[in-house]
Design a protein around this ligand. Structure first.
Ligand SMILES: Cc1cc2nc3c(=O)[nH]c(=O)nc-3n(C[C@H](O)[C@H](O)[C@H](O)COP(=O)(O)O)c2cc1C
Length: 214
């Protein structure tokens, strides 16, 4: 769908998901993430960049698991995560829009929990490439987990926390032959509706990930 069409539909509150491709499993157990190897960190930093042309090819389950773990997985026995959060509130939820449905990443269980049985990719942003890339991540702050943070600081702290996750994704992509771009040009109401979010949830950013267009 073109950007112009999305803008017009968005203005009318009509930017909606497509029917899902295939049957969406209610829960997907992810393979154990690989935590070794890959490109050395300094080389991944040197290669980090935004890309806006994607192949429609899906990510293999192992790559998806590794990506999500790098993004915001559990990396310590005490439940610590791969990205920081103020007072360890861990307020950012990572949603994954796949052709088969939209899922919430359950980091503790290393699983994906279905939240919407439709293809939400095109709703995750105004740019056309988001519709057909392998997946779009959506970063949502749950303000209910930030009660100990002063109210005036919650949005900025959550944005910083989401930014740290997005950079993990950038570095994973750079080190693993994937393309990605973080996006703030999104229709937050359309995404919140499609994901069925509550009042305490704030859609912050989206990030497309996929194989580069060949
Ligand atoms: C907060 C933020 C919002 C952004 N929003 C978008 C966006 O909506 N669409 C897009 O294509 N790129 C977006 N970008 C990516 C920037 O355009 C990109 O990082 C910048 O052009 C520098 O390019 P580089 O990432 O390749 O270094 C965003 C970046 C940031 C940090």
């Amino acid at each position: 769908m073109s950007t112009l069409t999305k803008l017009a539909l968005g203005a009318m509150g009509q930017l909606r998901p497509k029917p899902a491709q295939g049957n969406a499993a209610a829960r997907i157990a992810l393979p154990v993430p690989g935590k070794t190897g890959g490109m050395p960190l300094m080389e991944a930093i040197a290669a980090r960049h935004s890309a806006r042309e994607f192949s429609p090819r899906e990510l293999p389950p192992q790559t998806l698991s590794n990506l999500l773990w790098a993004a915001f997985g559990v990396n310590r026995a005490d439940g610590g995560r791969t990205a920081p959060s103020a007072i360890n509130a861990q307020e950012i939820d990572v949603y994954v829009a796949l052709p088969s449905g939209a899922y919430l990443y359950d980091a503790a269980a290393n699983a994906l929990q279905l939240v919407a049985g439709s293809d939400l990719r095109r709703v995750t942003g105004y740019q056309d490439f988001v519709d057909d890339a392998a997946l779009d991540l959506v970063y949502v702050a749950d303000h209910g987990r930030m009660k100990l943070v002063p109210a005036a600081s919650r949005e900025s702290y959550a944005s910083v926390a989401a930014g740290a996750i997005t950079q993990n994704v950038y570095l994973f992509a750079a080190g693993n032959g994937l393309a990605t771009v973080i996006r703030a040009w999104i229709d937050r109401d359309a995404i919140a509706n499609a994901l069925g979010l509550g009042h305490d949830h704030q859609v912050l950013l989206s990030q497309t990930v996929g194989f580069p267009k060949s």
